[in-house]
Design a protein around this ligand. Structure first.
Ligand SMILES: Cc1ncc(C[n+]2csc(CCOP(=O)(O)OP(=O)(O)O)c2C)c(N)n1
Ligand SMILES: [Mg+2]
Length: 619
């Protein structure tokens, strides 16, 4: 039995039939397709989507943004669903490269279908084709290779018979997932083939919960039994695996404190007695003090990026060892850890079942004190009445006290990730949606759209800096078109507060980081943007808030609005939440005539000495 379809029609037919199942819950893997048509996909994938109205198609405004939307949709769905992205050839396709990198780095699935140049070749060079004098086997889509976990170019219709199952294997693999790119030459998209019916049969991909090796698990238990000051670092894997309850129980029973990465924030509610809060460069005093003294780190579902390890300076105890629980062997073996390659939830359950361990009493008291001190520090920052312009910390406080426990905040870049990581009080595992693997300016609004589409019952608050808003705000129009309500809070501090601060710390005085007339360092004054007018011009409801009272009023108003709405809050460029005993490796110029750069360089060389290359080995 065969069915004669074009390659594009067969792809859509196949995608509709893909389901996943975990813990007995089953759902369609793809929630539909986002896209922008051009000559490279309009007559192929475009035509196929038109004849499949049960596979919803959404026209968006920018191809990079739609990959962020798909990634946010997947992240919000704990990687159990995603969206497909279709583009034309050339610039439409390469606009997705940044989004692909963000998805792959954050380990979330997205399926990208960029159009590609003719496989037939005889009409080359076609509009937007990159020519090479050395080969005809290349196009701009080769740029997707390093940022994709699976990459393929479909040169003949029957190649999808083997390419599509591979794409699904990677997308649904907890260890291998990321961006999958199938480059589709525009002539092949429209070519027909007699496809076997089996290709279109419903297929359910079981998402496994892998168990760690028994010998290593036993050894890990021995290490925990012997630990006097253990610390858990919870990463995104805890949330994706839905291991938050298992972790809360494990922490309560053993007394082991838990520090969280950006992707892992929300693993514990902020008021859990074992919660030490954010870990690393943007971490809390509690977490960073505990990390410094810890004799055992239990990392769970984390990539251990430089922000988590404070550029390898966070763990100061010379005898510190590490157990690393991760579905990905590559991550589990980092820092010469004892690797427990397995799913976070079942591994925690197995540890809980056979372990009777409680941290020593003095450590319990130490944790309680650090926890209480951190609560007080957050209260202090929330309750400063600094402005106007308001401090970013008090705006975060106003948001935290007015939002509901299930509401979601979305953010990615600037000074907000650091402040939110430290200060946001999470009360639900999906409360805090931060893209900090790629920290890509422009993710915020596009991502918010994906979050809200994944879970329409929750209110979604997009928090976005003025710089990031200017980079990519156009998806407000897509949100309005789709009647997907977003609450957007623009933090207007007239420039790059984060990178300005970093530049000052590097001795460069904030060079090139403010929006001023005549250039960033021109004293003619600020070059303001009317963000309220800008948001209104796209069709959103928008208001400005300068005082704390106006902010509270605006937030109450935002919630009542039926459609996507924006509050522009003016914040103080120079007022910053401090760091808490942590460090980040940003190399400073080795030679310079500037005294401030020279000073920063000497301090840098001192600080770098604290970086650790080696940890005690696992045996
Ligand atoms: C696409 C992209 N380009 C550049 C950067 C580097 N970068 C990080 S934060 C930042 C400034 C962000 O400005 P804004 O959104 O106004 O936030 P603020 O720093 O003022 O809090 C820049 C340029 C980035 N993260 N992403
Ligand atoms: Mg700014």
């Amino acid at each position: 039995m065969t069915r004669k379809l074009t390659t594009a029609q067969a792809i859509i037919q196949f995608l509709k039939a893909q389901f996943i199942s975990r813990d007995g819950h089953e759902n369609a893997f793809f929630g539909g397709c986002f896209g922008i048509f051009g000559h490279g996909n309009v007559a192929g994938i475009g035509q196929a989507l038109q004849q499949n109205p049960d596979f919803p198609y959404t026209l968006c405004r920018n191809e990079q943004a739609m990959v962020h939307t798909a990634a946010a949709f997947a992240k919000m769905s704990n990687r159990l669903r995603t969206l497909v992205c279709t583009t034309s050839i050339g610039p439409g396709a390469t606009n997705m490269v940044t989004g692909a990198a963000a998805a792959t780095i954050n380990r979330v699935p997205v399926l990208l279908l960029p159009g590609d140049i003719f496989a037939r070749r005889n009409v080359a060079p076609v509009l937007q084709q990159l020519e090479s004098p050395s080969t005809q086997d290349i196009s701009v889509n080769d740029c997707f290779r390093p940022v994709s976990r699976y990459w393929d170019r479909i040169q003949r219709p029957e190649q999808i018979l083997t390419a599509l199952p591979e794409a699904m294997r990677v997308l649904t693999s907890p260890a291998d997932t990321g961006a999958v790119t199938l480059a589709l030459p525009q002539d092949v998209q429209a070519e027909a083939y007699d496809y076997p019916e089996e290709l279109f049969q419903r297929r359910t991909w079981l998402i496994p919960r892998a168990r760690p090796d028994a010998t290593l698990l036993k050894r890990a238990m021995g290490w925990i039994q012997g630990a006097r000051q253990p610390l858990i670092i919870a990463g995104g894997g805890v949330i994706y695996s839905e291991a938050t309850k298992a972790l809360a129980d494990f922490a309560a029973r053993t007394g082991i404190p838990v520090a969280e990465t950006h992707a892992g924030k929300g693993s514990l509610n902020y008021d859990h007695p074992q919660s030490a809060g954010a870990m690393g460069v943007t971490g809390t005093l509690a977490a960073n003090r505990l990390a410094a003294g810890a004799d055992l780190i239990i990392a769970i579902g984390t990539r251990l990026s430089d922000f988590t390890t404070a550029s390898k300076t966070a763990f100061k105890n010379p005898n510190v060892r590490q157990i690393n629980i991760n579905v990905t062997e590559f991550d589990a073996c980092k820092h010469s850890a004892l690797p427990l390659v397995g799913d976070a939830r079942v591994t925690l359950e197995e540890l809980s079942d056979s372990l009777s361990y409680r941290i020593p009493e003095p450590y319990t008291a130490h944790i309680a004190q650090l926890h209480a001190e951190w609560m007080a520090e957050v209260d202090r920052i929330y309750n400063r009445r600094h402005g106007p312009p308001l401090s970013q910390g008090e705006v975060i406080g106003a948001l935290n006290s007015t939002l509901g426990a299930r509401d979601v905040i979305v953010n990615a870049a600037g000074s907000l990730p650091g402040d939110l990581h430290k200060l946001w009080r999470t009360r639900d595992p999906k409360n805090y949606h931060m893209e900090y693997g790629y920290s890509c300016m422009g993710y915020e609004i596009a991502g918010g759209l994906g979050v809200k589409m994944a879970d329409p019952d929750r209110e979604v608050y997009v928090l976005v800096g003025d710089g990031s808003y200017l980079m990519m705000a156009q998806e407000i129009a897509t949100a309005l078109q789709e009647k997907v309500k977003l609450n957007i809070v623009v933090f207007d501090n007239q420039g790059f507060s984060s990178i300005g601060g970093l530049s000052r710390a590097c001795g460069s005085g904030g060079f090139g980081t403010k929006y001023n007339y005549g250039g960033p360092d021109n004293p003619q004054g600020a070059c303001p943007v009317d963000f309220v007018a800008n948001a209104k011009s796209l069709g959103a409801h928008a208001v400005r808030a300068q005082t704390y009272e106006q902010l509270l009023q605006a937030l109450a108003d935002l919630r009542q609005q039926p459609n996507t709405s924006v509050v522009v809050v003016e914040t103080d460029y120079s007022d910053r939440v401090p760091g808490y005993e942590s460090w980040w490796d940003v190399p400073i110029a080795e030679v310079s005539e500037s005294e401030s750069v020279q000073q920063a360089r000497s301090k840098y060389l001192e600080d770098r000495k604290k970086e650790r290359y080696f940890w005690p080995s696992q045996d």
